[in-house]
Design a protein around this ligand. Structure first.
Ligand SMILES: C[C@](O)(C(=O)O)[C@H](CC(=O)O)C(=O)O
Ligand SMILES: [Mg+2]
Length: 305
């Protein structure tokens, strides 16, 4: 139903709804969906929580994922997906857009925009995709200060600490960092860019009882594993962060080539979502019906006969 009806809105804060999804035994699968329309399509296929990727939000703005986007940019994406889907969202908070106070401002802004969870990473700016080389790490102390700041600022937002340390410092150091981030107030850990199944297994074994997130990004260092395989490895969450954007961008690329070459999109129609399908996706007619019902029921009684 349209999100404009108060009685249809979720009553519980998004962070609590996110936590409740994690209390179930099965792994929580979150596809990337940083636009309202993508969120609605993902929801249609049964996804109960969604991921807002820094890489996808940046790329949508025509920018590289180097930590250039702002808290307000991200809130624009959070608001539209939270409103249109009503689902709890895990949002990529990059390095927190600054230091401790910026992190606190980020947490307040993300909660107010409708986010359910955030992840913060232990890189220095310009931050990079976790699967690239030459990442510069913050010290564990600096990262702990940010995690503690996030913990102090939140009302309900679920806080996931991501460590990018495995590549440069190795497994022991990454595990030690993760333990410190949990002590600083993180609710869960995102070990970034694990390269083998064995590494996923080892990280799980060394963090008993801790909620863990797996990042199934393509063209990275993680081998292709399914949601069921991550669940069997003991992971609690899995994201497909940029997948939807990669598919859409490729389709746009092909389309513009076709319009340029053929003088129009007449031969691309069979690859398009139809007008009817689009309207179904965004609930166009439900909004129209709602409007009509309000005009029918409110105006006649309000007007003198
Ligand atoms: C998860 C991630 O932080 C993102 O912004 O989506 C990226 C994904 C990617 O670049 O493939 C990451 O650093 O892994
Ligand atoms: Mg990111």
């Amino acid at each position: 139903m349209p999100y404009v009806i108060g009685a249809d809105l979720p009553q519980e804060p998004a962070g609590e709804r996110f936590r409740a999804l994690l209390d179930r035994p099965e792994i929580l699968g979150m596809p990337g969906a940083h636009l309202g329309i993508a969120g609605l399509l993902a929801k249609k296929h049964g996804f109960e929580a969604l991921y807002l990727s820094g890489a996808a939000m940046s790329a949508s703005m025509g920018l590289p994922d180097l930590g250039m986007i702002t808290i307000e940019d991200v809130c624009f994406f959070i608001r539209q997906v939270a409103r249109s889907t009503g689902l709890p969202l895990l949002v990529d908070g990059d390095t927190g857009y600054g230091e401790a106070l910026n992190v606190m401002h980020m947490v307040r802004a993300f909660e107010d925009a409708g986010a359910g969870a955030v992840h913060l990473e232990d890189q220095l700016l310009p931050k990079k995709c976790g699967h690239l080389n030459d990442k510069k790490l913050a010290s564990a102390d600096e990262m702990c200060a940010k995690v503690a700041a996030a913990h102090r600022a939140r009302r309900h937002l679920y806080i996931i600490a991501r460590t990018d340390a495995v590549a440069s410092e190795g497994m022991d150091a990454a595990v030690a960092r993760a333990q410190r981030y949990l002590e600083a107030g993180a609710d869960a850990i995102f070990p970034e860019a694990l390269t083998t199944v064995e590494m996923f297994r080892e990280f799980r074994a060394r963090m008993p009882g801790v909620k863990l997130l797996a990042n199934m990004t393509e063209f990275g260092r993680t081998p292709f594993l399914t949601k069921e395989e991550f669940q069997a490895l003991g992971y609690d969450m899995v994201i497909w962060p940029v997948t939807h954007l990669r598919i859409a961008a490729k389709a746009w690329d092909q389309l513009y080539a076709q319009i340029a070459a053929e003088g129009g999109a007449q031969n691309a129609v069979d690859r398009m979502q139809t007008r009817a399908e689009l309207y179904e996706t965004i609930g166009y007619h439900k909004y129209e019906e709602l409007d009509a019902s309000l005009v029918r029921t409110i105006i006649p009684t309000a007007m003198p006969q």
